[in-house]
Design a protein around this ligand. Structure first.
Ligand code: IMP
Ligand code: MG
Length: 167
């Protein structure tokens, strides 16, 4: 494993992201965080906001067990809150093929969200299979398998403080 982004760089960039989000999206939104991968990022992101914010979680998984999602997204745990008429900041760890965020975005629209912006810590742009761009991006990363800071490799490595490439 090779260190790609240190804890220090992550925290510094997340503070900047929080400011970008406030400038662009204001202070009045619900954070919808995707389990499991985004829970560590979400914890640091929301503590970088200088205003109160509410958080809800959704757990979605792709069918099958391959490392790559294949466009079939299953809701394992749905939101607790009614989001009809709310502004939503949708937060995920990494934007890869785009299947997950494109589908969750569609589900949040169906639930009546007034406005949705998306924030991802990492963007593996060259892997995209469906056209989807996030509004706020922490880092663009190369096409390598990454672990740490919430991201797992077969459920291992989520508790690493930095982000590592697995070789
Ligand atoms: P997408 O639907 O392909 O965009 O998948 C996004 C999801 O795949 C993320 O939320 C991660 O859970 C997972 N994922 C994609 N790339 C990686 C990686 O390099 N390491 C760990 N998980 C990944
Ligand atoms: Mg995930």
């Amino acid at each position: 494993m090779e260190l790609l982004i240190s804890e220090e760089k992550l925290l510094q960039r997340i503070k900047e992201l929080a400011r970008e989000i406030e400038e662009d999206f204001g202070r009045d939104f619900l954070v919808v965080s995707l389990l499991k991968g985004a829970f560590v990022f979400t914890a640091d992101l929301i503590r970088s906001f200088n205003f109160p914010v509410q958080v809800d979680f959704m757990w979605v998984s792709s069918y099958g067990s391959s490392q790559e999602s294949q466009g079939h997204i299953k809701v394992v745990k749905d939101l607790e809150r009614d989001i009809d008429g709310l502004k939503v900041l949708l937060v995920d760890d990494i934007l890869d093929t785009g299947y997950t965020l494109a589908e969750v975005y569609r589900l949040l629209q169906l639930k009546g969200a007034k406005e949705i912006k998306t924030c991802v810590l990492l963007d593996k742009r060259e892997r995209r299979k469906v056209p989807f761009e996030a509004d706020f991006i922490g880092f663009e990363v190369p096409n390598l398998f990454l672990v740490g800071y919430g991201l797992d490799w077969d459920e291992e490595g989520r508790n690493l403080r930095g982000i590592y490439a697995v070789h």
